[in-house]
Ligand binder design. Structure first.
Ligand SMILES: *Cc1c(COP(=O)(O)O)cnc(C)c1O
Length: 355
């Protein structure tokens, strides 16, 4: 069968730091131990977004010596412990991650699943996929299935369609979500044919993973437009990354730009404590400062929840700047201009008069 253009693009991806040496001046030899430890792949499209060594695109996709620092955990969210079968992560009662692919179009240096994604033992067998489907079908409390990996959109259309059909046919599954960075790194994968196929599986949600305004290109916008036209509800999960986007103006520009692409910011993630990614971590205070500055600065539609996924598999918790203080029977609430406004609190009891 003839290859599609996105499959050719994947084949022409950069998989050795040496391949960047013709375009950029840097000590690529020193990075060989890093690329042999954690795989490298950068699609031609994403590589073209790099303007210079060390810029926000470079940092996200080119190996760095800091990755050899072992601070943190191999599996900070204890995902392996919460996997009843290898392709399912079941941490919340009503929703699961369905791990359908062990590869991505480009490997994020800050990946939470750095322990396995792109590594030789990351591949998913048909048997494991079948076990995942059986598990989801047998557990009637599961309402929401999140296709993840790796990237689900790297599966061929026929395989993806088959999996979606099987999950969609399970009576207790109410919604399906796709978690994919393909709109960011390989937008040519979002073909009309793919969108027509996905359209059958409504209600279908897709969370993309844009981290920097420079990723909001005309190609990405078209890809998101095709998905939205197919009735897929688009969200975005951004990771707060030191030296990439840990700045209120960059984040505001990113979130405003996403809305223009019909993508609603869903989560801003505090970095997980993943071994080999410590150099990307910002303080929680930085995240709270950014969240505080967003309110009033951008449309409320552009404001996601800022979350930490707690170590040990304790789940996501949202973090908010401290706006409210209690003072006797009233609340003291800090307004955007810094002034403090008194707000009367009410007691949650019914009075003698019955009202
Ligand atoms: C993040 C996550 C989900 C989805 O959480 P939502 O808050 O519903 O988006 C589900 N399962 C696991 C294991 C997760 O880490």
């Amino acid at each position: 069968m003839a290859q599609e253009s996105w499959q050719l693009a994947l084949q022409n991806s950069i998989v050795r730091v040496e391949q960047l040496a013709t375009r950029f001046e840097f000590d690529h030899r020193s990075l060989i131990p890093v690329e042999s430890r954690y795989p490298l792949r950068i699609t031609p499209y994403y590589a073209d977004l790099i303007e210079q060594v060390g810029d926000p695109i470079w940092k996200q996709c080119v190996p760095d010596l800091c990755e050899l620092d072992e601070t943190g955990f191999i599996d900070p969210l204890a995902e392996d412990e919460f996997s009843p079968v290898p392709t399912v992560i079941h941490r919340y009662p009503d929703r699961v991650i369905f791990y359908v692919s062990g590869v991505c179009a480009s490997y994020c240096r800050f990946c939470t699943r750095k322990r396995k994604i792109g590594c030789s033992d990351s591949s998913v067998s048909f048997r494991e996929l079948r076990d995942g489907i059986d598990y989801i079908a047998a557990n009637t409390q599961i309402r929401d299935v999140i296709f993840s990996g790796g990237d689900p959109l790297l599966l061929p259309d026929s395989v993806l369609k088959d999996l979606l059909q099987r999950i969609h046919a399970i009576p207790h599954v109410e919604i399906i979500r796709l978690g994919s960075r393909i709109p960011v790194t390989l937008p040519e994968r979002i073909t009309e044919k793919l969108c027509t196929m996905l359209k059958q599986f409504a209600p279908l949600y897709l969370n993309a993973h844009f981290n920097h305004p420079r990723e909001l290109t005309a190609e990405a916008k078209e890809a998101c437009g095709r998905l939205a036209d197919a009735g897929i509800v688009l969200g975005n999960q951004t990771v707060l990354l030191r030296g990439v986007n840990d700045d209120p103006h960059i984040i505001a520009e990113l979130f405003r730009g996403l809305l223009k692409m019909r993508v609603r910011p869903y989560y801003l993630h505090q970095m997980d404590l993943v071994s080999g990614t410590d150099h990307f971590r910002t303080s929680v205070n930085t995240g709270l400062t950014i969240m505080h500055s967003l309110r009033g600065e951008v449309s409320g539609l552009a404001i996601p929840n800022y979350v930490i996924d707690l170590p040990g598999g304790k789940g996501k918790v949202e973090l908010l700047p401290k706006y409210v203080k209690k003072d006797g029977g009233k609340l003291l609430i800090k307004a955007r201009d810094g002034s403090v406004v008194e707000y009367p609190e009410v007691l949650d009891i019914v009075t003698e008069r019955g009202c």
